[in-house]
Design a protein around this ligand. Sequence first.
Ligand code: ZN
Length: 153
Amino acid sequence: MDSVSAKERSRIMRNVKARGNKSTELKLIKLFKDYGLTGWRRNYLVIGKPDFVFLTSRLAIFVDGCFWHGCKDHCRIPATNKDYWVDKVNRNKKRDGIINATFRTRNWRVVRIWEHELEKGNYKKSLNKIKNIVQPIIPPSTGRLVPPVCEGM
Ligand SMILES: [Zn+2]
């Protein structure tokens, strides 16, 4: 049995946001700043409403709430109205897949970050993925470190 009443449960669930979670967005903005990533836009209105986009790099970033998107470690389906919640989470996951595919067919890349990856400070993997896409590629002519040539040796 669920430990809280159905009414209380629905109040709790209303407060668990699927997207647009301010604290996770702010954490990500801080990471962008700390790592010198510029050119992002927040809540840009395109299909799927990504949390962030980097327009020039054609990258969409989604921060997925552990409950709503069915994180295998943290998604706890309430015992009350179980079928409803299972169905809801499954539909969200299916929709995520469709959104990913839509971006990819338009030559965009998608990075999905779990809410828990930001909460535990376990963000390095996601951040590296973003950095690899966003950072401009340094042309070999300027980016290579050429050792000094010593004449006459
Ligand atoms: Zn999680």
